[in-house]
Design a protein around this ligand. Structure first.
Ligand code: GSH
Length: 213
C-alpha cells in the first residue's frame, strides 16, 4: 500500500494513526505543497480534488480520510475501531460525518486562514470567513463537550475511528484565536488522545517527512 500525504496534514494523520493502530504497513510519500506537487497531473489523476490523503492499494485508489480508514479496518479483517454492530457503526459514522461537515470544517478553515496562509505566503486571511468559522466553532464545541461529559471516547468505551477523526486538528488548539478554557471535556479528551501511541507515532512520522523535505 502507498499513502500520499503532506507533512503537516491533519487528515493524513488520521490515516497514519489508524495504520499504526491496526499494525498495517504502508509506504508513505510526503508531497511538497509549496512546490505544487498536489496539482501535478499525475497526482490529480489519483485525486481530482488535488488533496491528500490518497491511498493506493493495488487496483484500489481511495481519497477521503474517513473512507480510507474504513477500508483499512475491513482490510485488517475487522477491528473494534469500527465495530460490526450496526447501531455502534452508525454512531461512529455519525461523528465522522459531523467532524467533517461541522466541527473540523470550521476549525480547519480557521487554521488554514490564520496559520497555513501566512506560513506559505498566501493572500491575507479573510476576516469574514474567520469570523464565521469562529462562530461555528463556538456553536459546535458545546455539542462535542457535552458528548464527552463523563466519557473518555466518543462511542462506546474504547477508541474508534470517530476519535482519530475528531482529534485531527488537536495540535492547532492553541494556534487559533479561540477560547477553549470553557470546554474542559474537549481539553481532557484532546490531551488523552494525543498521548495515545498510534496518534503520537503518526505525528513523528509526518514530522520526519517535513524534516526530510
Ligand atoms: N475531506 C478530505 C479533506 C482533505 C484535505 O483537506 N486535505 C488537505 C490536507 S489535510 C489538503 O490536501 N489540502 C491541500 C489543498 O487544499 O490544496 C479528507 O478527509 O480527506
Amino acid at each position: 500500500m502507498k499513502l500520499y500525504t503532506l507533512p503537516g496534514s491533519p487528515n493524513s494523520r488520521k490515516v497514519v494513526a489508524v495504520l499504526n493502530h491496526l499494525g498495517l504497513k504502508a509506504e508513505i510519500t510526503g508531497l511538497d505543497f509549496a512546490s505544487g506537487d498536489t496539482t501535478r497531473p499525475e497526482f490529480v489523476a489519483l485525486n481530482p480534488n488535488a488533496m491528500v490523503p490518497v491511498l493506493v492499494d493495488g487496483d484500489v485508489t481511495l481519497w477521503e480520510s474517513n473512507a480510507i480508514n474504513i477500508y483499512l479496518v475491513e482490510k485488517a479483517g475487522g477491528s473494534s475501531l469500527f465495530p460490526a454492530d450496526p447501531v455502534v457503526r452508525a454512531d461512529v459514522l455519525r461523528w465522522q460525518f459531523w467532524e467533517l461537515a461541522h466541527f473540523n470544517r470550521a476549525f480547519g478553515t480557521v487554521v488554514f486562514e490564520s496559520v497555513i496562509k501566512p506560513k506559505f505566503g498566501f493572500a491575507p486571511p479573510s476576516k469574514d470567513l474567520m469570523d464565521f468559522c469562529l462562530q461555528e466553532i463556538a456553536r459546535y464545541a458545546p455539542v462535542l463537550d457535552g458528548r464527552l461529559e463523563g466519557r473518555a471516547t466518543l462511542v462506546g468505551s474504547g477508541v474508534t475511528l470517530a476519535d482519530y477523526a475528531m482529534i485531527c486538528l488537536e495540535k492547532y488548539r492553541d494556534a487559533i484565536d479561540f477560547d477553549w478554557s470553557r470546554f474542559a471535556n474537549i481539553n481532557r479528551y484532546f490531551d488523552a488522545m494525543r498521548a495515545t501511541d498510534a496518534w503520537s507515532r503518526a505525528d513523528s512520522t509526518l514530522t520526519a517527512l517535513r524534516k526530510a523535505a
